[in-house]
Design a protein around this ligand. Structure first.
Ligand code: PHB
Length: 462
């Protein structure tokens, strides 16, 4: 585990209008993020200094909003919380428009490329393209690095261009960063090319990447110029998230959190009235929430408008963004296996085969035992048919005598089939229509989590 900086904590006491339950909820989310996504409730009570009953109520509220999963004694961040990070990434207007250009640069150089923005004295990654698997560390979207000890940090602090990280962050890691300027000449973000001393020395790297990096920055600055012309405040649709929050146990927390997700690429900066209207809150509630966020550094006021800061990415983004389809599917598979009392799993196409990427089997004397990694001939399985993309639902005998399975496709954001979801059991058990229906409902739940997670990051199939 890397020793990454924590955002500096305010010394000044909170303003009288600050919403205490919102502050506590944010503290819980931040602690879970720093712990890489999961903590025991008792540990949260110890860390926050709050009573266990208070922690339970906060976590119940966060679970009600879909932001946490409670599993016995543990609380874990859940994919729907990525909506908060997405609002921030979208409103920053950096990873969306500039990400594809960073991807192209990584292809051209066959090196990792990242985009970072300043976050107080530190830097926060908002886009990552990983190339060399041999790199011992790789940062995630949302991760924080010290400003002084990283190439992008040196760009922001000293305006040096290019800035070089000669193994400041990690032995063997070398990076070159350059600034990308907005139409007004201000530095909007830094693009880094990240390599390893086995490929390039810190002295050699800037020269090797200069041409491609300069061309990339020119293109990025062009995009930002065009983008600035279309930026403007359009009144967006009313948010619908206020309704669900009404029955939440800690209403002030639910209401306060609803403020974060009203920001977007279309509405990166909003007045108090616009925030209140979009969140479906009274002006007084919206004002107190904004005061709380400003105090904690999650929102910045700019004249009459308010904007999210990159610190919002400290609320779950990094642990939730480095994930895989099987990990996202895990809790859904467990619930389905529980409901059906059968073995359910995920698989991907692998040439003439289908390969199992996740499996949850109920504990019973006779159960189907197909481990993760097992390959079965595609032609003989329901999953194989579904992965071939021809059918929306398939039934097949096998994979072994006496077994049968029903499978449905699992689709990604772009509608393509990313995996097959199946239930496999001994023949004579189960019923096709009922199983297909249960599989489809589970697939819809996994797909919703996958959509919110993969908006700004790539989620591998296995
Ligand atoms: C990165 O992982 O993207 C990275 C690491 C260190 C730097 C710059 C970028 O100095």
């Amino acid at each position: 585990m890397l020793d990454l900086p924590s955002p500096s904590v305010k010394d000044a006491p909170p303003p009288a209008e600050a919403v205490a339950p919102l502050m506590r909820g944010l503290d819980v989310l931040r602690r879970l993020t720093d712990a890489d996504g999961t903590l025991a409730l008792a540990e949260l009570a110890r860390g926050t200094g709050l009573a266990r009953s208070t922690v339970d109520r906060i976590c119940a509220t966060l679970a009600h909003l879909g932001y946490l999963r409670l599993d016995g004694r543990d609380a874990s961040l859940a994919p729907p919380l990525m909506a908060v990070a997405n609002a921030c990434l979208d409103a920053l207007r950096v990873p969306g428009p500039l990400g594809p250009l960073a991807d192209r640069l990584a292809d051209e150089l066959d090196e990792s490329v990242s985009i970072a923005v300043p976050d107080g004295d530190d830097i926060r990654f908002v886009h990552q393209v990983l190339r060399r698997r041999a790199l011992s560390i790789s940062f995630r979207v949302g991760d924080l690095l010290p400003g002084e000890g990283s190439a992008p940090g040196i760009v922001f602090r000293r305006g040096a261009s290019p800035s070089v990280d000669d193994q400041l962050v990690e032995p063997g890691l070398v990076a070159v960063a350059v600034p990308v300027r907005g139409p007004g000449g201000d530095v909007v973000c830094a693009v880094s090319v990240v390599s390893h001393t086995s490929r390039h020395s810190a002295r050699g790297l800037p020269g090797v990447v200069r041409g491609a990096l300069e061309a990339c920055v020119r293109d990025m600055e062009g995009v930002l110029r065009d983008d600035a012309e279309v930026t403007g405040l359009r009144p967006g649709p009313r948010s619908s998230n206020a309704g669900g929050a009404e029955s939440a146990p800690v209403q002030a927390l639910a209401r306060g959190l609803s403020v974060l997700t009203v920001f977007s690429g279309e509405r990166p900066a909003m007045t108090l009235s616009q925030v209140a209207e979009a969140a479906g809150l009274s002006r007084a509630s919206a004002r107190r929430a904004l005061i709380t966020y400003e105090y904690l550094g999650y929102v910045r006021q700019d004249g009459r408008v308010h904007r999210l800061t990159p610190r919002v990415l400290g609320l779950g983004c990094a642990p939730l963004s480095r994930t895989t389809v099987p990990r996202i599917a895990g809790p859904h598979l467990a619930a389905l296996s529980d409901t059906l009392g059968e073995s359910v799993g995920l698989s991907v196409a692998d040439g003439e085969w289908v390969r199992c990427t996740a499996r949850v089997a109920p504990r019973r004397v006779m159960s189907v035992d197909i481990g993760v990694g097992t390959r079965l001939p595609a032609g003989a399985t329901a999953a194989g048919e579904v992965l071939a993309g021809k059918v929306g639902e398939a039934v097949a005998d096998g994979p072994e005598d006496g077994l049968w399975s029903v499978a449905v496709p699992l689709r990604g954001r772009d509608g393509s089939v990313v995996s097959a979801l199946d239930v496999t059991a001994h023949r004579g058990r189960g019923e096709r229509t009922a199983w297909a229906e249960a599989l489809r409902a589970t697939a819809a739940g996994i797909e919703a989590d996958l959509r919110v997670t993969s908006r700004f990051v790539t989620v591998p199939r296995h």
